[in-house]
Ligand binder design. Structure first.
Ligand code: SF4
Length: 371
């Protein structure tokens, strides 16, 4: 499902594609680098600020490209360390981008390590039963320009508040492609966007600091393993047996563990980097000690890091978060086997941080407000 905007987004252009458009206009190719420098390094917000371009060229650019295909409609700051940006696209679709701050000892929150969680689709077709994003199904894929625009909005918002402002580098430390949507179901736009994010003429952000998280689209994991840029991989496992996984993740029918785990292993061997297994702990669904032992065996075999995420309640869904004792008991089984494990104590509960919740609430409000 694609959306065809009036004008292509500038943030979806590569150096090569922009140079080709400019050359068709009789402009030298080096102008492309100048324009992208204004966008990604100087981070201007209008064509008129590109002062080394002629007025006629700026007029042509304004008529040809959409400067920014997403507008910031809400920047929701939580009591803890998570911010959520709600962005509106040209077709009025809403997407979410989350800034997660990890405070470091002895420095203020503005100097904390920042991980940005970006979305790749409006809604999601995967239908994981515990997920707010999947509740209304898939509306459409995001374009590469819309994916990149999320990160530019984060840069702008961080530039405005931190001393790292306008240092010509991205003002965050890690990117996780873990927001709304299944990233590998929008493969081409994702790779184009991350190529722009990585390039020296783009945000110049290292591929090793970008993690792509998938619910387990096996053929695309194998394709990703062949990409020249070495992105990191996270698998949303959420069940250590087919029976449990199938109960909560319909994708397991197409790609059961017997297909998924060898693909994960191949990726890990090819890149020589640890993959991450994401495991949302849901009470009486996947939080038994038996599941913990089976997860331990999988993690040992894959030499994987395990990220345990206590479930974030979603309004209208019956699933619950296990008690702290149950969470700790589960984690201890992994730790006893010397597996690298994080038990993510929740961030952003007060700003609807479970993926897709803020967007769903805003869409409901819109429906109620409509005449
Ligand atoms: S958990 Fe991820 S893959 Fe599953 S429905 Fe939600 S957004 Fe889609």
């Amino acid at each position: 499902m694609k959306f065809s905007p009036e004008k292509p987004a500038l943030t979806g252009e590569t150096l090569e594609s922009l140079a080709a458009r400019l050359q068709e206009q009789g402009e030298p190719a080096f102008r492309a680098r100048q324009i992208l420098e204004w966008v990604y390094k100087k981070r201007v917000t209008s064509w008129d600020e590109m002062t080394n371009l002629s007025k006629p060229l700026r007029t042509w650019l304004a008529g040809t490209f959409d400067f920014m295909p997403a507008e910031l409609v809400l920047n929701k700051h939580s009591e803890d360390v998570t911010d959520k940006l709600l962005l509106e696209l040209r077709d009025r679709s809403l997407i979410e981008t989350v800034i997660i701050r990890a405070p470091q000892d002895g420095v203020g929150i503005d100097h904390s390590r920042k991980t940005i969680c970006i979305s790749t689709q409006v809604g999601c077709a995967m239908g994981c039963v515990f997920c707010a994003s999947g509740l209304a199904g898939l509306k459409r894929d995001l374009s590469a320009g819309e994916i990149v625009a999320q990160l530019l909005h984060v840069c702008r918002s961080e530039d405005a508040r931190t001393p790292r402002a306008h240092t010509e580098i991205a003002s965050f430390d890690n990117i996780v492609v873990m927001g709304m949507g299944e990233p590998l179901a929008n493969y081409d736009a994702l790779i184009r966007a991350l190529t722009i994010v990585n390039a020296d003429w783009g945000l110049g952000f290292g591929a090793r600091r970008i993690t792509i998280s998938t619910s387990g689209v096996v053929p695309k994991i194998l394709k990703l393993a062949e990409e020249p840029l070495g992105f990191r991989l996270a698998i949303s496992l959420h069940g250590a047996t087919d029976a449990v996984r199938e109960q909560i993740m319909p994708i397991n029918r197409a790609y059961p563990l017997a297909k998924l785990l060898p693909a994960a292993k191949l990726f890990s061997e090819k890149h020589g980097r640890m993959i991450t297994l994401e495991f949302i702990l849901i009470e009486n669904v996947n939080d038994s000690l038996e599941q913990a032992r089976l997860l331990r065996d999988i993690a040992l075999d894959l030499h994987a890091h395990v990220n345990l995420i206590p479930y974030n309640t979603v309004e209208g869904l019956p699933w619950k978060r296990p008690s702290l004792t149950r969470q700790d008991r589960f984690a201890d089984i992994l730790r006893a086997a010397r597996i690298s494990v994080t038990l993510r104590r929740e961030k952003g509960h007060d700003i609807d941080a479970a993926c897709g919740q803020l967007r769903l609430k805003t869409e409901k409000d819109r429906e109620l407000a409509a005449p």
